[in-house]
Unconditional design. Sequence first.
Length: 409
Amino acid sequence: MSTADHRASFDTDAVDFGRLLLKYRKRRRLTQAELSGLSTVSVRAIRNLEQGQVGAPRRDTVRLLSDALRLNAQERVEFDRATGAEPGGALLETDALRAPSSSQPLRGREQEVAAVLKHVLGEHEQLIAVTGFAGVGKTRVAMAVAQALEACETPSVLWVAVRQDSDNSVVDGLASSIGDRSVLVVLDGNDTDQVSVATMRSLVRECPNLRILETTRTPRVESSDYHLALRPLPVTEPFCAGDAPAVALLLDLVADLQLGFVADPPTLGAFAEICRQLDGLPRALEAAAAWFTILSTDELVRMARTDPQLLATPPGSDVDADTSVPQAVVAQPPAARDLLTGLSHWRDPWTVRDVVLRTGMSWADVARSVHSLLGHGLIAQVTSDDDLVRFTVLNIVRAYLRRTAEAVA
């Protein structure tokens, strides 16, 4: 290519970038001075870029402008392309797509995080799914995986929080930006297949070193190369309730809200009872910790026994914590839904054999229904003194089914 041809191509890139910059600035209704204040890029530089009077901007400038304009993943890809620079560079470095962090410790999930990391760093699995009931901690596990990868040079992590009203455009164009780079894309909250399996498969076909980690409430085992069903945190330990992950998490949460808080043995027992009634669900425990600021421990134990749903909803919140329960129940086949209603009246843990003997259903039908209920997190496996696998219906599910029955009656 001659010098003149190279200059013409270079100028075209500059004009394209300027047009995009002007378009996104107008969309946010910002003046050049206001964008300058938000991005720390000078007004003169912004004006020259919009008029196409300068060459491709530096990567730092693109990142500052992208963050100030609140561009999504697809728009950052277009911004990156318009500079004429190597695709994907600015996208992979942007703060907007970095994994969120939490100040709370991740209790009792060391094995799950290690298992997901093993497959993310492996050679064969490209689609990894973490599934489970709402509030069980899927996002926190994905965050821990992303944070563990920050210490490594590769893979880079792109965090995409999938919204209910989003579509596949959230990942359109990522393939050309990622190329053969080693990248982990986290699709957090892909609960209703907003980013389709076909789109994910297309991405990994085009990008040989790409891994996709999806968090979703709905298990789609056949669509992933590795699937981890996340269970509630264990509540009790043989010797000390304070060592149980669920109780330890609740202790940390309460201590953060009440400085100088010390748990004596009776308090540990009460905490264990609250954790059992809330099924060891981390989000429910966070709500319960907020109640400790206005109620006594004894009052909260009574609330946990009589109305776990209320305790699982932060005080003063209009958000019903079990909005996901009816969705998960309705998603069940009729046979599994009817079985769940019957099992909600069983107070003691049960086995698949118990269900067969007490209901008269076939082994195949019971196994199919129990597998579906377990996959959607409506029931949980419990520890037992024998070698039998026992289950129980989550208390938060029992409360919902009880209220539904009372409303019908």
